[in-house]
Design a protein around this ligand. Structure first.
Ligand code: FMN
Length: 420
């Protein structure tokens, strides 16, 4: 039997809805596809279904209580449950590939929207950095209320995927919108997120990420605040979509995504050399790094002493990597750039797109709320060579990465099977 979700770690949140009785059938389907499922229940959910039901189906302890003697872990939910500590919610959130709340009560949706973390599930959801799916189920008047409507919208703008409830006969006997979506539809959505299409199969994608560092002396360097998160997200998503990925990265604190070949570099020159070495074989280059534009004209071979009140350092231009790429790239190779600007963002981005003959540019201003270098989210405008322009509100960097890849594939008119 095929197990397409083997090794995928899913946290299923079950809340106090009458539809909780359908959650075991969701678990059964996910487990049958090989997923590691950890069920987290609210206290109220246990009034509808017993934890024993889920423990039997998953073979894993169900978590309800924030304060029970936890069992911790880091690399998998099982481990997260097997070790003894009180930071279980953090470890489980780190280990999860996906969180699904089904059924989701009006209450838990409100807590997620409002940033309330007063039990294990709501705390866990706040700590999640993986994709989150919410499947609401409730009485039609609750579902149609302004409070729930606004909260659902809030979650959507934060990147939470909401599976709309069905219209049908509800537990109260009323007919209306509020019935939990069909378990098959919920499982399909899980599969869609965890098993993205292989539209980059057969493609070689090179991604640059992080800052470069230009040495001043053996101790110091000139650097910038790039965290590398955006580039690492692009590399991860490209690999998930079947590409053979090389990640040319400046120094960051991030781990290379699974299946990606990491080429570590320090200076802009090293980054340029690494990109130029990969250029002949690549199909797509995504330049998400923040290489230094200037470097010290001279690098002192000994530590510069604190001997002067003022110290002037002469800087010279580094080589422009994209200009080098423009000169040497072949027909059919795609190039995507990122423009980080704090003024005239769109005009500057369009200028860079034209000058460097890019296929696509992603423009962002790191001073905007939700778009900072260190942030897990970004706010951007994607501009294509063909003239399209798309503003993307605050979304997780991983989601923006997927969108950039999708728009690039469209701009380059690539088929999903490695053909043009
Ligand atoms: C029989 C019964 C059925 C309920 N069904 C739902 C429901 O489908 N959706 C919902 O939002 N609340 C429902 N509630 C109300 C929730 O249980 C209540 O708001 C609770 O505080 C939710 O807690 P939780 O979100 O922590 O699980 C129901 C309550 C009862 C008594």
């Amino acid at each position: 039997m095929s197990r397409p979700l083997a090794d995928r770690k899913i946290v299923l949140g079950v809340t106090g809805s009458i539809a909780a009785f359908k959650a075991p059938s969701i678990v059964t389907r996910l487990v049958a596809m090989g997923a590691d499922v950890v069920v987290v229940m609210t206290e109220n959910a246990t009034r509808f279904v017993t934890p024993l039901t889920f423990e039997t189906l998953t073979g894993t302890e169900v978590i309800v209580d924030m304060w029970s003697e936890g069992k911790e872990g880091v690399s998998s939910p099982e481990e997260a449950l097997a070790r003894d500590d009180h930071l279980q919610h953090v470890h489980l959130a780190e280990a999860a590939d996906l969180a699904l709340v089904a059924p989701a009560t009006a209450n838990v949706i409100g807590k997620m929207a409002g940033g309330i973390a007063d039990d294990f599930l709501s705390t866990e959801l706040m700590a999640m950095t993986c994709p989150v799916i919410v499947a609401p189920a409730m009485n039609v008047n609750m579902m149609e209320s302004d409070a729930v409507g606004e909260n659902v919208e809030k979650l959507k703008t934060r990147g939470v995927i909401v599976i709309e409830p069905e219209v049908g006969r509800l537990a109260s006997g009323a007919v209306g919108r509020g019935r939990l979506a069909d378990p098959d539809q919920i499982v399909e959505e899980v599969k869609r997120l965890l098993l993205p299409s292989q539209d980059l199969a057969g493609r070689r994608v090179v991604v640059t990420a992080g800052p470069t560092e230009e040495p001043l002396d053996p101790i110091r360097h000139i650097g910038n605040r790039s965290s590398g998160k955006m580039g690492y997200a692009v590399a991860e998503r490209a690999a998930r979509r079947g590409a053979d990925v090389v990640l040319v990265s400046g120094r960051t604190s991030l781990e290379a995504p699974a299946g990606v070949r990491l080429v570590p570099v320090v200076t802009t020159e090293e980054m340029k050399d690494a990109v130029m070495a990969e250029l002949p074989e690549l199909d797509l280059l995504v330049m998400a790094a923040a290489p230094a534009d200037y470097r010290p004209a001279e690098v002192a071979d000994k530590k510069i002493k604190k001997s002067w009140d003022r110290l002037t350092i002469e800087l010279v231009r580094t080589d422009d990597i994209l200009m080098g790429v423009k000169e040497h790239r072949r027909e059919g190779q795609g190039v995507v750039g990122f423009a980080v600007e704090t003024e005239d963002l769109i005009a500057n981005a369009k200028d860079k797109l034209a000058k460097k003959e890019l296929d696509l540019i992603v423009a962002n201003d790191p001073t905007v709320d939700g778009a900072a270098f260190e942030s897990d989210t970004n706010v951007a405008t994607i501009i294509g060579r063909s003239g399209f322009e798309e503003s993307v509100g605050k979304v997780p960097k991983r989601e923006l990465a997927d969108l950039v890849l999708t728009r690039t594939i469209a701009e380059l008119e690539w088929g999903g099977d490695g053909t043009e």
